[in-house]
Design a protein around this ligand. Sequence first.
Ligand SMILES: Cc1cc2nc3c(=O)[nH]c(=O)nc-3n(C[C@H](O)[C@H](O)[C@H](O)COP(=O)(O)O)c2cc1C
Length: 357
Amino acid sequence: MDIPVLRIGQHRPRLPLIQGGMGVLVSGPKLAGAVAQTGAVGTIASVGLAAAHPSFSGRNYFDINEKAIQEYLAEARDLAGPNGVLAVNCMVALTDYERQVKASCRGGAQVIISGAGLPLKLPEYTKDYPDVALVPIVSSTKAAQLILRRWVKTYGRKPDGFVVETPRDAGGHLGARDEAMITDPSLSLETVIPELSSYLQNEGLDIPVIAAGGIWDREDMLRAFEMGASAVQMGSRFVPTVESDADMRFKKAYLDATEDDIVLIHSPAGLPGRALRSPMVERYLQGEVESKPCIANCLTHCRYKKDRETFCIAQALVDAYQGNWEHGLFFCGTNAVKATKIETVAEVVRSLFPEKP
Ligand SMILES: Cc1cc2nc3c(=O)[nH]c(=O)nc-3n(C[C@H](O)[C@H](O)[C@H](O)COP(=O)(O)O)c2cc1C
């Protein structure tokens, strides 16, 4: 089959592939820059950057987040070259979401990809940067329709793409209210990709639909294109790469993972998440609650800060980034079990697109 051409707003990456934003600092400047250099879209995850930044003093979290976003975009741009397409993934659930989006625009992001909530106000935050493409992440056609209608009515603007991320297989926070929804076939890519594509087509809207969750190799990718996707977004496959910004221990944890090691947890953000069964996760699943202080007030709604339930997610994700297996929260998709070696980004991309060296 023909490989689709991806157009996101004004940007035309050479390849219809987006590397999904992965926080904290799993997809930092090195991974995003290397991916963008190959012709795919490289994405920096904006979540929690300050918590791992050398200038963070314990008080200036939100200022340092802005500084880090701009600093890392500049670093990624150097690696990507002038033609690389760079995105920032900003999560709606974050307290400083608006500031992070604006800092991303100032720092030269060409695309903002935004989920973990409905990004209903995103066009307002980016109004001074009309060339920045805006891509919501949704798990259902209904959510996509709601965003589309609201943006058109309020801002006269349409999304430049939709990432459809299925909770069945994706890593990190999942777009599902509870565990039953995670395996609901009505939220599978097989259902939502054709459903949303035909809805957009019937409305006469040329908006790319991007499939995410459970895509590991070329066969998975071609299947998503056959369903009607114009591109794929992949997360887990890029974790065990040489260029991923996380510690080698994080990457090795993927190589060792078996199906029994992948679990669902209730995140302090109020969403289910998929992660490796690290000692911290095991303790949490046994009902243990941490006694560490909240480091940053990073989430608008946090069950740890508010009710002293769960754990401090900013701390746990930074621990994972630093390779602390005992205390870290290592997000992963169901496909983490398929990781058998550490590859370079160029090797991953070549295996997906052998016809486009
Ligand atoms: C380690 C890890 C961290 C992630 N962090 C984020 C994040 O910060 N924001 C977000 O929107 N999605 C996040 N995701 C989801 C990915 O961007 C991507 O959409 C998803 O992993 C796709 O599924 P796959 O892993 O099966 O390819 C994360 C996924 C992983 C594996």
